[in-house]
Design a protein around this ligand. Sequence first.
Ligand code: ADP
Ligand code: MG
Ligand code: MG
Length: 207
Amino acid sequence: RDAGTAAVAAVENVAARIEAEREHLTDLDSAIGDADHGGNMARGWQAAADAVSDLEDPDIETVVKTAGKTLLSEVGGASGPLYGGSLVFASAELEDGLTAESAVAFAETYLEKVQDRGDASVGDKTMVDALVPAVHTFKKSVETDDLHPLEALAKAVAAAEHGVSFTVPIRAAKGRASYLGWRSVGHQDPGATSTLYIMEELLATAA
Ligand code: ADP
Ligand code: MG
Ligand code: MG
């Protein structure tokens, strides 16, 4: 199975997972936002899955770019441009295919773009709280610890999971949840949660 075909399967698996978690993501966003994260994401990923399954013999860069463009036009809100725009931008790192090195470059570029666009840092109670530990763990596991990319991805998923838990006790400083001030404390961030689900599906598809 080539990387393009695997990427199509990954997008389809993400779409199915997000659909299964739609209500949970909506509940999380109704506590500290406007209750649209589940619907936004489910609609966007279903459209992305449809778009990539229509591609003929696609390479991985095209699959990721197509998914990103579709999310960008379908998701809306804060998370649409963050997910979609960053995927489109980072897809260029995969132009020569998928290797451990290009996967690290993709992850780092994706994170960089999310932070460029959203201006959030660790501790602001956003998807960045899941992404930063995940990307750093992935890079370190591949480059320093010389782990197999799949093992590195598994460690990155575990790091993202800790990042999601870390969003619960902290106060939001970016996005809609920040309007609540201290009342955002005690709630799990929806975008960090959806980021974790996406990563879990990447791992499940790759494994
Ligand atoms: P909206 O808040 O516009 O309705 P969504 O509900 O789809 O958008 O997404 C909300 C999620 O977006 C939040 O849970 C958070 O993780 C993420 N988010 C919001 N603002 C930012 C930001 N500036 N940087 C990074 N992530 C952000
Ligand atoms: Mg929302
Ligand atoms: Mg909204």
